[in-house]
Write a protein that binds this ligand. Structure first.
Ligand code: HEM
Length: 147
């Protein structure tokens, strides 16, 4: 799908986030935040490890600790991503056959970002067997998903 398409896709994700209830978690400069995220997703989706090159070790869980991410915020974030993925094959040449795996990745990986209980009770249920952040040592730079 190419680097430009990934940057456009994540740009649209941040457009959704801007209109969502999780907007207050994000910094004022959403465009810059979008570019940092896009760099990560380029590497994840089989492109060059831009995030690692530009910003260092991803350590995604550790980086997200600065923000109070509740199970509800995670669901909202995923809903934003879902809306973007609905037309991803046409808009960003996202390979259709990789969509189910990518959605699965987002669902699983986002569990590691939840760091604050909101009393809905699903923090433990869903993340019960949480494993260490796989990006902590930078393995995600190569990325488990190709496309
Ligand atoms: C699959 C799960 C996720 C991935 C791969 C991911 C990826 C990223 C990346 C790459 C960044 C940029 C880090 C940096 O500043 O250098 C970031 C920032 C951030 N993410 Fe996530 N994220 C995920 C889930 C979530 C969830 C569920 C939330 C909660 C709503 C969230 C909230 C944030 C916030 C508030 C920032 C800071 C914005 C900034 O300054 O860059 N993320 N995320």
């Amino acid at each position: 799908m190419g680097e430009d398409n990934v940057f456009r896709m994540i740009g649209d994700l941040y457009g959704e986030l801007e209109r969502s209830s999780v907007r207050p978690l994000f910094p004022a400069d959403l465009a810059a935040a979008s570019r940092r995220s896009a760099a990560f997703f380029v590497g994840l989706l089989g492109g060059p490890p831009l995030y690692h090159q530009r910003y260092g070790n991803p350590m995604m869980r550790a980086r997200h600790l600065a923000f109070a991410i509740t199970p509800r915020a995670r669901r909202e974030w995923l809903a934003c991503f879902d809306r973007v993925l609905e037309r991803a094959p046409e808009r960003y040449a996202f390979p259709t056959e990789h969509l189910p795996g990518f959605r699965r990745f987002l669902g699983d990986f986002s569990l590691w970002m939840v760091n604050t209980d909101d009393g809905t009770g699903d923090l433990v249920d869903e993340a019960g067997d949480r494993r260490p952040d796989p990006t902590a040592s930078g393995e995600a730079a190569g990325g488990p998903i190709r496309g």
